[in-house]
Write a new protein. Sequence first.
Length: 326
Amino acid sequence: MEVTFNAWDVSRYGGPAVLKPVTRPVPTPKAGQVLVRIRASAVSRADGMMRAGQPKFARLFLGLSRPRAGLVGTCFSGDVVAVGDNVTQFRVGDAIFGEAGLQFGANASHICIDEGGSILKKPDTVTYEEAATLFDGAMTSWHFLTRVVQVQPGDRVLILGGSGSLGTAAIQFAKALGATVAASASARNADLLRSIGADHVVDYRAEDPLTRGAGYDVVFDTLGISSYRAARPALGQGGRYMCPVLGLGLLRDMILTACIGHKKAKFAAAGMSKPQVHREELSEVLALMAENRFSPVMDRSYPLSDLVEAHEYVETGRKRGNVVVV
Ligand SMILES: NC(=O)c1ccc[n+]([C@@H]2O[C@H](COP(=O)([O-])OP(=O)(O)OC[C@H]3O[C@@H](n4cnc5c(N)ncnc54)[C@H](OP(=O)(O)O)[C@@H]3O)[C@@H](O)[C@H]2O)c1
């Protein structure tokens, strides 16, 4: 009898309802690959955007008329259950976490992944649910705060969108790097943000977090809700506005500020870095977790069979931290 695994198919772009459960034959790992029994996988804002094929230029990578990969899900954790020939870094029984990238198929029960890809061993102290989220908010925010800029002790950092996956990670990282941290959130999330280290929380529904003359060294707009032009008056000498959501306005401001002025606009696609860079950055994040200086904020956990509901919840834009399916 053929052994099958559960996954979620996405054969056209659209809302959460385009996702359909499928079963496929469990693959045999090729040389250099490991087969993982997935224990948890993330459902992120980026997963929703890829399902919807938005922004449209992303379809150059995802597939012009329909999603080329056919399956959904990017970030996962689980156990190695088989290894292909020549695998040297992992053994059957290893707990790992990783990112499937453009291969997709992480919202599933099994996945085959290259041992040289974006995978790392999961420490026992990190839960599968937590580990499944690390390639999303944690890696992205760490990349922005330590690679796109290098936050220094004493820097003044403003995180716009402090209660999301990126925001909750960014607050903790900026504190760990020695910055003074302000963050914007609605009143219902203010206590959460203070509990993870924000020195000052601005209720974005009551006041504009971008106070003129605030002198921020870094404004990290985790949601793409503002712009370099709006943030510029709140930046100090040599200040940086960074945003992980690319639009034409940000592209224009990056090009302009690269040539003139001491304040700069920055974007990066953290997920597109080489696997070696991912592993290096995530090792640094794991070190912070081991020192209890970072812990991913976990919101809801759904069974894998409820992936559509998980996507619908993430789509509300109201999640706090991270959502997983298990
Ligand atoms: N470039 C990259 O490498 C990269 C990598 C990963 C993700 N991304 C992108 O990063 C973005 C952020 O993702 P995420 O997962 O962190 O978002 P998210 O978790 O979905 O953000 C939701 C949170 O944002 C808060 N929020 C909504 N509007 C707000 C506002 N005007 N001001 C302040 N807070 C507000 C909500 O709080 P309330 O409900 O209280 O309003 C909610 O808690 C996504 O667009 C994703 O695609 C980019």
